[in-house]
Design a protein around this ligand. Structure first.
Ligand SMILES: NC(=O)C1=CN([C@@H]2O[C@H](COP(=O)(O)OP(=O)(O)OC[C@H]3O[C@@H](n4cnc5c(N)ncnc54)[C@H](O)[C@@H]3O)[C@@H](O)[C@H]2O)[C@@H](O)CC1
Ligand SMILES: Nc1ncnc2c1ncn2[C@@H]1O[C@H](COP(=O)(O)OP(=O)(O)O)[C@@H](O)[C@H]1O
Ligand SMILES: [K+]
Length: 462
């Protein structure tokens, strides 16, 4: 089974070194990588001409192996290499390739294979390399990136050269962080992993796997299935959106704790107007959601304080993340708190808890370490940091970039938390259900339509 590990360059190098210490040569690994990638390239080319761009390192070495493999299969192959190979293994690969190599401009081809730089990219791409990549950007053929697109930094996903849009990216041996982070993922097209038979670390951060949800037990009743209490605030719409999603995500009973009247609330939603601390004393409550529509006034802070001191599993979102501070966490059970923060909310939390991570992954990880809360850093490149380690997700529909979709996500997460009480599992399930609901809702949905699509999304994972 392929590994789902997502590695840093140091971790990947260590895994390759361990394989080499175990007796597999670097040349053997390169041949496995090149042949595995060539299978994909040949499939995509379907007999059409292929141009391979080869750089000076081992990514270029992979390119020569790919080119020779395609040549042997009878395809018309051209190779462009602005610089001679610099490493011993890539020189082997250059000798292994029996065709012509040019150091000039990009020739016409139907399929382009980019092997200029892989995870060894260490500085801005300039000169001949930048010209070739600019040519590739403007070319009309099918574009395949080998391991990592050549302008992309493997550990961060940041761009250090011309912005080429690829149709296919083939990760060699393991996923790298660039395969899950913005801005890289928006340029990679379809991503596939080529197995090269090396052992990867067991406990490395990894891709999240689709959840397997269970129907209610035969003897279930509404409380045992999970009672979710949603704390309402100043704005009435947001908690209702969360409730619409929560009622479709597994909880048997969803209550809105609110002193307001809600003429637009659905009939299934119970409105409880009791004073908040008393309402939260109900021992049947399995989880609390606080934040959507909460507001940021003193009363809002008091509501958050009451929700946290109830010491129940809780999802914190939106305004709650701006109000949260170390003193509010003093009375809380931090291990039971799940946080759903977008970029701005994550920045606010990092400031409050003096977390200074260099990038989104580090910020999520350090915030979890500093507070004990399970942190979902949302966005097209969602990152989940919790007691079970880091999890990454494939990108959801870009139509999710609409107001209110975060309230829907928070409602799903809180509902899942009410079902089983495990924050990391609840957030992981919520991201999958949110993405699947968005896929099923198609283009141009509203947050309300997204909340309704959570029901068919549940069916996908049951
Ligand atoms: N080490 C191994 O066991 C394997 C490595 N493989 C391949 O090897 C790649 C990594 O190889 P390397 O570590 O040699 O690194 P790369 O081939 O990614 O690039 C490093 C080379 O490019 C130069 N360079 C970096 N940035 C540059 C820039 N902006 N402008 C000009 N030159 C620049 C460096 O000086 C060095 O010569 C992987 O991505 C993968 O494709 C695969 O063959 C599988 C096995
Ligand atoms: N471009 C995008 N691609 C994929 N998912 C996105 C994109 N933009 C936003 N999302 C997702 O949509 C949701 C937006 O949440 P948020 O910003 O809190 O919205 P709101 O506060 O209006 O409800 C998050 O789950 C986020 O991951
Ligand atoms: K590359």
């Amino acid at each position: 089974m392929p590994s789902h590990a997502v590695l840093t360059v140091d971790q990947k190098r260590a895994a390759e070194k361990a394989a080499m210490d175990g007796g597999i040569s670097e040349w053997e690994l390169m041949q496995r990588a090149g042949e595995g990638a060539a299978d994909w390239v040949a499939r995509m080319a379907g007999g059409r001409s292929v141009c391979v761009l080869c750089g000076p390192g081992n990514n270029g070495g992979d390119g020569y192996v790919i080119a020779e493999s395609l040549r042997k299969r009878g395809l018309a192959v051209s190779v462009v290499a602005p610089k001679e190979p610099g490493s011993e293994t890539s020189r082997n690969a250059r000798e292994y390739y029996e065709g012509e190599v040019s150091d000039g401009a990009l020739p016409e081809a139907c399929v382009y294979v980019d092997c200029l730089f892989g995870y060894g990219l260490s500085r801005k791409v300039e000169g001949d390399f930048a010209c070739l990549l600019a040519g590739l950007r403007d070319a009309s053929g099918f574009k395949i990136a080998i391991d990592v697109p050549s302008s992309i930094v493997s550990d961060t996903g940041e761009l250090l050269g011309p912005e080429v849009g690829y149709d296919l990216t083939l990760a060699l041996g393991a996923w790298k962080r660039a395969h899950v982070m913005m801005p890289a993922i928006a340029r990679m097209g379809v991503k596939r992993l080529v197995d090269i038979g090396i052992e990867l670390p067991d406990h490395a951060p990894r891709m999240s796997l689709p959840p397997r949800l269970m129907p209610p037990a035969a003897d279930a009743h509404k409380y045992r299935r999970g009672l979710l209490a949603i704390v309402a605030g100043e704005m009435l719409g947001a908690p209702l959106l969360s409730a619409e999603a929560a009622m479709r995500s597994g909880a048997g009973y969803v209550k809105l704790l609110s002193e307001h009247s809600h003429p637009d609330a659905p009939a299934e939603l119970v409105i409880d107007g009791a004073p908040l601390p008393a309402a939260l004393e109900d021992t049947r409550i399995g989880a609390v959601l606080v934040g959507p529509g909460l507001g940021r006034r003193e009363e809002s802070r008091e509501k958050l304080a009451a929700a946290l001191s109830a010491r129940k599993p809780a999802v914190l979102d939106a305004d709650a993340l701006h109000l949260l501070d170390p003193s509010l966490l003093e009375n809380a059970d931090r291990s039971m708190i799940a946080v759903t923060s977008h970029e701005g909310e994550l920045a606010a939390l990092c400031e409050t808890f003096e977390v200074r991570g260099a990038d989104k992954i580090a910020r999520a990880q350090e915030l979890h370490a500093a507070t004990g809360m399970t942190v979902l850093a949302k966005g097209p490149d969602s990152v989940l940091a919790g007691a079970e380690g880091l999890r990454f997700f494939t990108r959801g529909s870009s139509w999710l970039s609409a107001a209110g979709t975060g309230d829907v996500l928070a409602g799903i997460a809180a509902s899942r938390l009410a079902v089983h009480g495990e924050p990391q599992r609840a957030l992981e399930e919520a991201v999958w259900l949110h993405h699947e609901a968005a896929r099923l809702a198609g283009p141009a949905f509203t947050a309300g339509q997204l909340a309704h699509a959570v029901k068919p999304a549940m069916e996908t994972y049951l």
